[in-house]
Every structure is written in structure tokens, then in C-alpha cells.
Design a binder for this molecule. Structure first.
Ligand code: 3H9
Length: 708
């Protein structure tokens, strides 16, 4: 029996099985709630049916509302309350309904399951209310039913933080009634027989876990504090907490209305639009126009890393964490021992913070095999080179790898600045050479820039894109230009931060303005963290000092005083032994002196100008990169900045942010800065063109592949 093409009903004796079938994730697209509602009506009217099981076809139960259809709600085309009505109908059904969950019951999917009278799941399933990650809150009673099943504290945590919960935990919290090993459908039918004669419990009438105001007050206070700290600047987590609080203070219907109003407010917000862009963007970056989905990937069962410094050690941990055995090579025993000690220290920190278990760490450490020679390299499928940043040294390493590695092994460089084609030229197999630019700390940062050399083969690209997922990273393919995408854009951003303090802005004022904008850290504090000497080395190696173009000098001068940042206890700030920053009164005095000598007039600079100068410097360079084809899409640049540089996700990334501000306005400000500050601010031709034609970066998709 079929209700519509998305929902089917079959029967197993007295148990009806309602199967939802909307691949790939059974999202609640238009027609699906309606189909389930029809199915409920038909089983209610069928005298032979005593109970029903609701189950998903394919790899998952229901992963939520169809995010692509939110636009229909904001445009007024759809009310979006079909689901709310369906859930009431399900709860009111006199015949007990059992939701049978595999894969994920997320968002509207969990809301659907909670409106059933019972829930069973297989042990690998996960449940969650991840809406806040999309800048919204549950909109179909999730904040009202979840506290009734799981209690207030758990519901607040799940709705405000949005993280998934394993089936075994969900059982313990009362969200699930039973775990089913083996065949879920059969187990759910058996369960349905068992409960057939029991009452059909309505979740909305189960008030015993809602607590008292005295019990709940500290829970909500702690949740709000946590949200302000961990989800700084985001509106949805606080709205989700308000909505769960409403569940404890109001009748169910009123609570639902409260939730609905907050849901709609959030759905219309800029933050939600930005976060939905990020959700699809994260998936879009995996799509490379000239590398088909079917491109064969190379086997990747064993790897090697050259260099056990901070980056090399971190990269070895990343492979080990993904269960891939990895050789870690250094040139001398002392360096190798130092590298291993750092890895152990990093793991020990994670254990002490409760993020990893000792057993996990022991298993991972066993996968990292230290070595001083190339023995064993002939057996690995991929090598990542992470030696000191110098072309001659890298070429020597790659020539050696070419000699010792088997044909077909991928030779990757972790360079952050050097030309991949030149590195590849030292091998006889440039098609197997590629850049894999990890971000520090490699075991934490989610970005992996995959740098396409002129000769990198499609199989090698496809393998590295797939590998990024396996390693828990977001891989973004970029072209081979100086600094690739991220660092090439970050340069002008940090340059402006320096110019601003040279013109009279305070160090803390610059960092605070960008922190308040939402950046994880201010640009000057970031310099201290990375080491001011690192930037100086790169500037020395690559920048032809054109006397007609203004260059920042403050960081070079700080370096001359031995102030390299956190590692020397002083840079833009001074640091105590725990590397806690404190403003250093010596710095403004030095800055005034240097600026006076350089003849730079001092003035008061607003926080708006600070943000515009730094962020539009990013955007202008991003426009050049996009036009030159070094990034595939504006979205790719956005994802790079979110996962590699601490750009706030709720602003969608620099290019999305510029689109929302309006490219006309951005172009206008960039042109003003050009007149005021000179050549470095020349507007990118693409920015000008899009602004003049009233278009956006999102409209502009090169679709021609990344330039090699
Ligand atoms: C909500 O429910 C609001 C409610 O309170 C009710 C309001 C009234 N919609 O991630 P994958 C696509 S808000 C549309 O690569 P995986 C995805 O874009 C929603 N499309 O697979 C991709 O498309 P493509 C709350 C969706 O196995 C394809 O499916 N729910 C949706 O790595 C495969 O996805 C969520 O936030 C969707 N809801 O991971 C859950 N979900 O192939 C969001 C996925 O064209 N989804 N797609 O690129 C997820 O977390 C993951 O997709 C999931 C599967 C874990 C389910």
C-alpha cells in the first residue's frame, strides 16, 4: 500500500510498517509529512492494525527538515507548520506508534520520533537537535518534547549545543525505549507486538521530568553562560535555551507557540542564512568540476611523515587518529625524541581533559613508528613532507622520496608558501606530487588546503579529497599561487592590522574590534601565537621592497628587539609562563616613536574602520584569487577562513559577508581606502565589475577548475 511516492505502508500481521523513502537522508521535504499523515489516518481506520512502526528506507531514519526548503518559508510560499500538525496527529493516534531509528534522527527527525509513543534504535544510531548549527532552533516541538523525555538539563544541552547523542546514551536519558541488535525492522515489529496492548503515551502529556523553577534556575543560568562563552555572538543557542525554559513554565501549546516564534525569528536572521550557506558550502567544496565523482582513488593503508617538528608531529597524529599507520622520520635522534615527546605531551593533555581515553592514545601511539632512515618507505602509499620551509631542502627531500617510494605513492608537501610545481620538478613523477597544507595545530584545525600542481593527476586529487574526510578534515582544493588561498589573503589582513597601530590605533583596540566582529582571536595576538619571526622570514624571502609602496614595519622592529611573540614571552603583548597575555605599556611608546620617525601622522581610529580595513583587505584579495581561478568558488574561500583562520561561521565567511554587506558598499570603501592609502588598496577588477553590475560573489562561479 502506498500513500504517496515518499511514504509506503506494508503489514506484518497486526503491525503496520510505515516506511519513509526520500533519499539520500529522508529529509522532511514537501509531501513527506503529508504522506505520513495519510498513513496514520489509514492505519487508524484499519481494524486489522493494532500498532505501527515508523522506519526510514536507506541509510538513515529522518535527518531533519529539508534545509533547501527553508527559503520557501522565508518567502512566504510555505507556512512550514505541516510537521507540527502531523506530530499532534501522531500523538493523538490511539494505536501505539513505534519509531525505529537507524543512522540519524536529527532535528525534525528526532521531533518526529518523539511524537511517536515509543522509540527503538539500533546501537549505531544517533539522535540530536542540531538546529543551532544552522542558526535556528527546533521548530516542531523539539524544545518542548525533549525535556519531557530526557529531563531539562539534557534537553538544554542538546538544543543549545546541537551535538549528536549516541543511541546507548539516548536510552539512558529516556529518549529511547530499547536498543535493537541485528535487524531493526524485525526487532521493532517484535517490540510493537509487545506494547500493542499498552497505552499510547503522549510525550506532550509527560510532565514528570520538567522539574521546579528552583531546580531549573541554575541549569538555565549555566547554559546561558556557556553559550555566551562557547558560541560567542550566536543568537540561536540563547533562543533555544529560552524555548526549553518556556517548556518548564508554560502549558505545552503555549510553549510550542513560544518556540515557533523564536524559530521564525531565527530562520529570518542573517546568522541563519550564513550558517545554512556554510552547511551546503562544506559539502560543495568536495565537488571538483573536472574531477568526476567516479574518479578512482588510490589505496591509502600506510603513510609516512618527514619532519617531526610541530607540524610533522601533528600530521603524524592526524594519520594515527584515523587508524592509518605512519612512519615519522627525522634526521637525528635528538630531533626525533623531541618530536615524540611533543606528541606524547599533546596526547596526555587530551587524556587529562577527558577528550581521549588512555587506551585510544596507546593504540594511536603504537601506529606512529619513529625512524631515522628511509627504510620502510617503499611500502607506504603516501608521504607528507613537513621539513623546514626552504625550496632547496624540499627539492632534495622530494628527489630522495622519488628514489625510495614505490611507483604510485603520493608525494605531498605541507609547504605553506612554496611552489608545488618547482618541488615536483625534482621528481620523475610530478603527477603524484601535490600540496597538503595542514594548519597548526594540525591535530586540531579542521582545514586542509589541497594544492593542485600543474601535473597533479585527477586520481591523486580525488584520493587527497577523500583522505581529508577520513582524517576528519575539510579538504579544499586550491591553486598553486604564493601563499595559496588562505595565507595569500591573510597577509593583507595582518598588514592592515599593523598599519592601523602604526597610524595610532591601540594594539588591544585592533584586536578587540576584530574579536568583537567574531574572529577567534585578534590579528596581532594571532601574530604573537604564530611567531612574529615567521612572518618576517617570509617577508624577507619574498617581498621585493618597492620604495613607492608602503610596507608595515612594526613587527620587524619588534623582532629586532627579540620580541617574537608568545615563545619569547613578548611580542605585541607580554606573556607569563602560562602564556597568558597582558598589555605591554612599552609597545605604544615604541610605536609612537617609530611612527614619528617614519612621518606617519597619528589619529583616532574607530572600531568600524579597524574592521573594514582588515576584513575588506581579505575580501579584495579574495576577489583577485577568485578571478584568477586559484579558488573554485567564493564558497571555497569562505570555508577556508572558517576552518583555518577562526572567521565566525555565523557570518558565513569573508566573501559571503561581503555579499551581505553589499558589494557596492564594499567597493566604495575599498576605493576610498585606495585614494587614502595608495596602491595596496587598488580594487580587484572582479570586485569592481560585480559591484557595478549589482551582482555578488555567490553569483560568480568560475566552474573552470582550479588553476595549476
Ligand atoms: C530541522 O530539522 C528544523 C526542524 O526543527 C523543523 C522545522 C519546522 N536537508 O552530509 P552528507 C544533503 S533543521 C536537505 O554529505 P553524510 C546534503 O546536502 C535540519 N539536504 O551525508 C548532501 O547533499 P549532496 C536539522 C540535506 O552521510 C546529502 O544530503 N538536521 C539534509 O556525511 C548527503 O549529506 C540537520 O541539521 C537536510 N536536512 O551525513 C542534519 N541533510 O550530496 C543535517 C543532508 O547534494 N545533515 N542533506 O551534497 C547532516 O548532519 C548530515 O547530512 C547527516 C549525513 C549526518 C544526516
Amino acid at each position: 500500500m502506498v500513500t504517496n511516492n515518499l511514504v509506503q505502508i506494508s503489514k506484518d500481521g497486526e503491525v503496520a510498517v510505515i516506511t519513509v523513502n526520500n533519499p539520500p537522508v529522508n529529509a522532511l521535504s514537501l509531501g513527506l509529512p503529508e504522506g505520513i499523515a495519510e498513513a496514520i489516518e489509514s492505519i487508524a481506520a484499519d481494524n486489522q492494525v493494532k500498532t505501527a512502526v515508523l522506519i526510514g528506507a536507506g541509510k538513515t531514519f529522518v535527518a531533519g527538515a529539508d534545509i533547501k526548503e527553508f527559503g520557501k518559508i522565508t518567502s512566504g510560499e510555505r507556512r512550514g507548520s505541516e510537521l507540527v500538525q502531523l506530530l499532534l496527529k501522531m500523538e493523538d493516534c490511539r494505536k501505539p506508534l513505534v519509531a525505529a531509528i537507524h543512522g540519524t534522527a536529527f532535528g525534525g527527525g528526532l521531533e518526529l520520533a518523539m511524537a511517536a509513543h515509543y522509540r527503538v534504535a539500533n546501537p549505531g544510531a544517533q539522535v540530536g537537535q542540531p538546529e543551532v548549527k544552522l542558526g535556528i532552533i527546533p521548530g516542531a516541538g523539539g524544545t518542548q518534547r525533549l525535556p519531557r523525555l530526557a529531563g531539562v538539563a539534557k534537553a538544554v544541552e542538546m538544543c543549545a549545543e546541537g551535538n549528536p547523542v549516541k543511541a546507548s546514551d539516548a536510552l539512558q536519558f529516556g529518549i529511547l525505549d530499547r536498543l535493537i541488535e541485528g535487524d531493526l525492522r524485525a526487532g521493532a515489529i517484535e517490540f510493537a507486538h509487545e506494547i500493542a496492548a499498552k497505552p499510547a503515551l503522549k510525550t506532550r502529556e509527560r510532565n514528570e521530568k520538567l522539574g521546579t523553577p528552583e531546580q531549573n534556575a541554575p541549569i538555565f543560568a549555566a547554559a546561558r553562560q556557556n553559550a555566551c562563552h562557547k558560541q560567542r555572538g550566536m543568537v540561536a543557542p540563547l533562543a533555544a535555551i529560552d524555548a526549553v525554559e518556556a517548556a518548564t513554565l508554560m502549558r505545552f501549546e503555549q510553549g510550542c507557540e513560544f518556540e515557533r516564534n523564536r524559530f521564525i525569528e531565527c530562520l529570518f536572521s542573517e546568522q541563519s542564512k550564513a550558517l545554512i550557506h556554510v552547511f551546503f558550502g562544506e559539502r560543495e567544496v568536495a565537488k571538483i568540476p573536472d574531477v568526476a565523482k567516479e574518479t578512482p582513488v588510490l589505496p591509502l593503508a600506510a603513510a609516512a611523515v618527514i619532519g617531526a617538528g610541530t607540524m610533522g608531529g601533528g600530521i603524524a597524529m592526524v594519520f594515527a587518529n584515523a587508524g592509518i599507520p605512519v612512519l615519522l622520520k627525522e634526521v637525528d635522534r635528538a630531533a626525533l625524541d623531541r618530536g615524540l615527546a611533543n606528541i606524547r605531551k599533546n596526547y596526555a593533555n587530551s587524556v587529562s581533559k577527558g577528550r581521549l581515553t588512555q587506551q585510544f592514545v596507546d593504540e594511536r601511539l603504537n601506529l606512529i613508528q619513529p625512524t631515522l632512515s628511509f627504510d620502510g618507505f617503499s611500502a607506504v602509499d603516501m608521504v607528507v613532507e613537513a621539513v623546514f620551509e626552504g625550496m632547496e631542502l624540499k627539492k632534495q627531500v622530494f628527489a630522495e622520496l622519488d628514489r625510495v617510494c614505490k611507483p604510485g605513492a603520493i608525494l605531498a608537501s605541507n609547504t605553506s608558501t612554496l611552489n608545488i610545481d618547482e618541488i615536483a620538478s625534482s621528481t620523475s613523477r610530478p603527477e603524484f606530487v601535490i600540496g597538503t597544507h595542514f594548519f597548526s595545530p594540525a591535530n586540531v584545525m579542521r582545514l586542509l588546503e589541497i594544492v593542485r600542481g600543474r601535473a597533479s593527476s585527477k586520481e591523486v586529487i580525488a584520493t587527497c579529497m577523500q583522505l581529508s574526510k577520513k582524517l576528519g578534515k575539510v579538504g579544499v582544493l586550491v591553486g598553486n599561487c604564493m601563499g595559496f588561498v588562505g595565507n595569500r589573503m591573510f597577509g593583507p589582513y595582518r598588514r592592515e592590522a599593523q598599519f592601523l597601530v602604526e597610524e595610532g590605533a591601540g594594539v588591544e583596540a585592533v584586536d578587540k574590534a576584530l574579536f568583537d566582529f567574531g574572529m577567534a582571536m585578534g590579528p596581532l595576538a594571532t601574530g604573537d601565537l604564530a611567531g612574529l619571526d615567521v612572518g618576517r622570514r617570509i617577508r624577507k624571502e619574498y617581498h621585493q621592497q618597492d620604495p613607492n609602496v608602503r610596507q608595515p614595519f612594526a613587527e620587524d622592529k619588534l623582532c629586532e628587539l627579540g620580541r617574537f611573540g608568545q615563545k619569547t614571552g613578548a611580542g605585541w603583548y607580554k606573556y607569563d609562563e602560562q602564556r597568558r597575555a597582558e598589555p605591554d605599556p612599552a609597545v605604544p611608546v615604541l610605536l609612537r616613536e617609530w611612527s614619528e620617525k617614519a612621518g606617519i601622522p597619528q589619529r583616532t581610529i574607530s572600531s568600524d574602520e579597524i574592521v573594514e580595513r582588515c576584513i575588506y583587505a581579505l575580501v579584495n584579495e579574495g576577489a583577485r584569487i577568485l578571478e584568477q581561478g586559484y579558488a573554485l568558488r567564493a564558497t571555497d574561500i569562505d570555508i577556508i577562513f572558517l576552518y583555518g583562520y577562526g572567521f565566525p561561521a555565523y557570518r558565513g565567511g569573508p566573501m559571503w559577508h561581503a555579499d551581505r554587506v553589499g558589494l557596492k558598499k564594499v567597493y566604495h570603501r575599498v576605493s576610498e581606502f585606495h585614494r587614502q592609502f595608495g596602491a595596496l588598496w587598488e580594487p580587484a577588477p572582479l570586485l569592481e565589475q560585480l559591484a557595478v553590475h549589482g551582482r555578488t560573489f555567490s553569483d560568480f562561479q568560475t566552474g573552470r577548475g582550479v588553476a595549476a
